[in-house]
Design a protein around this ligand. Structure first.
Ligand code: HEC
Ligand code: HEC
Ligand code: HEC
Ligand code: HEC
Length: 384
């Protein structure tokens, strides 16, 4: 996704909207981080030129962006500083000389989240802290246990750091997968999807607490679903939480297949049944009052905004490391002894909601956003 950072149609669309809304004052804000070289080398003037970038600038967070990131970056602004001589920094203490660049050891690289902080903890142009992945990690017990961003996102293996170099005990995979998938023709899309699916399966634990039997005179079955963030090094979701959606889908049917209760369902446009759904807003479909959705909502002057960089407040509904969230659902009981209630619970995740893609004029991309199943639970409750 680092190579995709300056190819992303959603970035281009949001940046264009931002330029119009701010009458150009947004300037290079987004690009300074998504492709620092585009700003420092090409000095691109306005957003119309963003999609036309070529060479190194189109490569987003390229090798050099990380391996030339200067020490002592600011912790209070997004502006990045780079080393401009031929030195490349990295985690190897005894680099062999080569004909292309000088190589120097830098402790920020080796198992150290510090190298990720300048971009994964960022502030809006008004200096409001908006995406806090590094801080979330820092405030957890992971640093004390020597677990860095690299531990989970850059697994090591034994191999060569360069074609003609020696075999080394620890070199690192650079795929750095999170939850996002490329929406364009982009190398590795299928592999990325497979890696995300694997990561999401191991990131949380879901426990469902429901009775095995109920009485036919009971008015409802009380079911609890507890989600615990056990293996994610920061909140889940994290970072672009205004776009991410993690939610519970609950379907309860009787033995004839008639639905007794449903939550977390999608409308015909693929949206959850809250106020972002056109179907709910027009009154054709009822709002899902039980919806358990984990994400972030950005507000400006008390109004929700999809333009997160304008925010002055965030309603954060993500789950910090080792914390859990409990949801209670009431399922109606069929009024006949011997009836069965078949309950299916799934925890689902997607990177981008359809309403956002539509708003940005990218409705055709909706089908390219996979919905990942993180956890499942099935159970039959007998009515006595
Ligand atoms: C203990 C393992 C672990 C550690 C440590 C860890 N991550 Fe993650 N990361 C995950 C998992 C699992 C996911 C997928 C679930 C999610 O979105 O939170 C993820 C997702 C992400 C995402 C996408 C988040 C989203 O929802 O859009 C980003 C960005 C990210 N990690 C960056 C980092 C950075 C930067 C650090 C260090 C400060 C870090 N991670 C540390 C496991 C980890
Ligand atoms: C997002 C930042 C980032 C980008 C982009 C990046 N690297 Fe790295 N790279 C790292 C970090 C961090 C490590 C060290 C990980 C550790 O030791 O825990 C590393 C390690 C290395 C090493 C040392 C051997 C190893 O794997 O540990 C080499 C060589 C390297 N990177 C080359 C590259 C090349 C070539 C590219 C572009 C194709 C690239 N890197 C892109 C962050 C980055
Ligand atoms: C120069 C800025 C920069 C640095 C340094 C950086 N990142 Fe990123 N990272 C980004 C941007 C921008 C994206 C989003 C790309 C996109 O999807 O458009 C991203 C995306 C990611 C993702 C994928 C998120 C998703 O939702 O799929 C992960 C995981 C990640 N970074 C981990 C890391 C780790 C680990 C480090 C440190 C070793 C690091 N990054 C260093 C800027 C940076
Ligand atoms: C200081 C660095 C930084 C700045 C500035 C920045 N971003 Fe990002 N952006 C990131 C990182 C890091 C991620 C990955 C977070 C994640 O996946 O959760 C990201 C992810 C994204 C994504 C998610 C990719 C996707 O398609 O789901 C979009 C879209 C995006 N940024 C747009 C923007 C826009 C628009 C701006 C300007 C208003 C902006 N960014 C400014 C660092 C930055």
């Amino acid at each position: 996704m680092h190579a995709y950072a300056m190819k992303d149609p959603i970035l281009f669309a949001l940046d264009s909207v931002g330029q119009v809304r701010s009458a150009g004052r947004l300037g290079q804000f987004c690009v300074e981080c998504h492709s620092p070289t585009a700003v420092s080398i090409d000095n691109i003037a306005h957003s119309g030129e963003r999609t036309k970038l070529s060479g190194i600038s189109a490569h987003g967070i390229s090798c050099d962006v990380c391996h030339r990131l200067a020490p002592n970056q600011s912790t209070t602004s997004n502006s990045l500083k780079f080393i401009l001589d031929s030195t490349r920094l990295g985690p190897i203490k005894d680099p062999l000389p080569n004909a292309y660049h000088r190589s120097e050891y830098d402790s920020r690289f080796e198992d150290n989240s510090e190298i990720c902080r300048p971009c994964h903890d960022f502030r809006t142009p008004n200096n409001f802290p908006i995406e806090r992945t590094f801080t979330e990690w820092k405030n957890s017990t992971f640093p004390g246990r020597l677990i860095s961003c690299q531990t989970c996102h850059m697994k090591f293996y034994t191999g060569k750091a360069a074609t003609n170099g020696p075999e080394r005990e620890r070199v690192h995979h650079h795929t750095m997968v999170g939850v996002d998938v490329p929406l364009t023709e982009f190398p590795g899309r299928d592999e990325t999807i497979a890696e995300i699916a694997a990561m999401l399966t191991y990131s949380v634990q879901m426990d469902v607490i429901a009775p095995k039997t109920v009485q036919s005179q009971d008015s409802s079955i009380s079911m609890q679903v507890v989600i615990q963030n056990i293996l994610t090094g920061h909140n889940i979701p994290s970072g672009a939480i205004f776009e991410r959606q993690m939610w519970l889908e609950i379907i309860a049917q009787d033995e004839k297949g008639d639905t007794l209760f449903a939550s977390g369902m999608l409308d015909k446009n693929g949206d959850l049944l809250d106020y972002h759904s056109n179907e709910v807003r027009s009154g054709r479909v009822a709002e899902d009052k039980s919806l358990a959705l984990y994400n972030g909502k950005a507000y400006r002057h008390g109004e929700e905004t999809l333009f997160f960089w304008e925010a002055d407040f965030v309603d954060n509904r993500t789950i910090p490391p080792f914390e859990s969230r409990m949801n209670r659902f009431q399922i109606p009981v069929p009024k006949r002894g011997g009836a069965e209630v078949n309950v299916s619970v799934r925890l689902l995740f997607r990177a981008l909601p359809p309403y956002l893609l539509r708003m940005l004029g990218h409705a055709t991309l909706v089908e390219k956003v996979p919905i990942f199943t993180m956890e499942t639970h099935q159970q039959t409750i007998i009515v006595q």
